[in-house]
Design a protein around this ligand. Sequence first.
Ligand code: IPE
Ligand code: IPE
Ligand code: MG
Length: 231
Amino acid sequence: MKQIQHIAFIMDGNGRWAKARGLPRTEGHRAGGETVRRVLGYCRDAGIRYLTLYAFSVENWKRPKEEVDALMHLLVAHLAGEEPMLHEHRVRLRVMGRREDLPVAVREALERVECATAAYERQLIVCLSYGGRTEIAHAAREIARLVAKGELDPETIDEATVARHLYLPDVPDPDLIVRTSGELRLSNFLLWQASYAELYVTPTLWPDFGEADFQAALSAFSARERRYGAL
Ligand code: IPE
Ligand code: IPE
Ligand code: MG
């Protein structure tokens, strides 16, 4: 099995999972939270150093207020529930996205756990109020500021300059992006970083995603030939 350094998940299908059971959508999100716990374990067992989860996009604010509130509430509850596990397995929590959009209580809870786990090497990156285009625009703004201050010559701006101004410049690009529940799109996820990521889509809904699905994704990755445009 080829080693993966960074795996990223578009955790989709919670709503459909709930609907199929005649449950409210929020029950799907609750069940999806259980999947997060399982997937953390699979990644640990597979020796994967970076796990990124797309939990809430900038576009997801368009959902009904009740659903958004329920998601924010679940987030804080899960964070409290998972913190001992993060310490036990020495995993650092990092948040990526427009954290200024999040309710204060959520922000505080996240920051507390981020600080408490900051020394650990393995990373769990949670994308919240995240958009790939928003992230690139943020980088452009930062770069423009440096140019305006006379600290950067526009002629020297290259891919590395842009990459340095993304939200988490020290994190390597994902090797594999997995999307659950069948949709064949990125939905504004890691647009810059996904440049040469391998993509894997499974029809399994996120709350049903289990060990067999995870192993199937890793096997598919192992069978891929990554050419990066060369021969
Ligand atoms: C993914 O599940 C979770 C979030 C986007 C927050 P969805 O809520 O998108 O579930 P579906 O796609 O409606 O089934
Ligand atoms: C993508 O799922 C966002 C997250 C998983 C957080 P969506 O359900 O929001 O994406 P679309 O609307 O199907 O593209
Ligand atoms: Mg969806």
